[in-house]
Design a protein around this ligand. Structure first.
Ligand code: SF4
Length: 71
């Protein structure tokens, strides 16, 4: 399965947990909001783990059909 991931910029408060867990998927932009780089660079478990690590539920994960998996 290929999951889709995006960050809600309003919710992201720069905690950085996602980057700590998946530095190839997330990075800070110039406003210190997380942006998505390459979600295919890690397995789905790591992607979900990164999403679950966000204290503000700012990381939205969807399946291939666009159904929301997390949060
Ligand atoms: S863990 Fe959440 S709040 Fe922290 S940088 Fe990632 S998306 Fe933003």
């Amino acid at each position: 399965m290929h999951m889709k991931v995006r960050v809600d910029r309003e919710l992201c408060l720069s905690a950085g947990n996602c980057i700590a867990i998946a530095p190839t998927v997330f990075e800070f932009d110039e406003e210190r909001k997380a942006v998505v780089l390459d979600p295919t660079s890690v397995d789905d478990d790591t992607l979900l783990e990164a999403a679950e690590s966000c204290p503000f539920d700012a990381i939205i994960v969807e399946d291939e059909q666009g159904r929301q998996i997390y949060p």
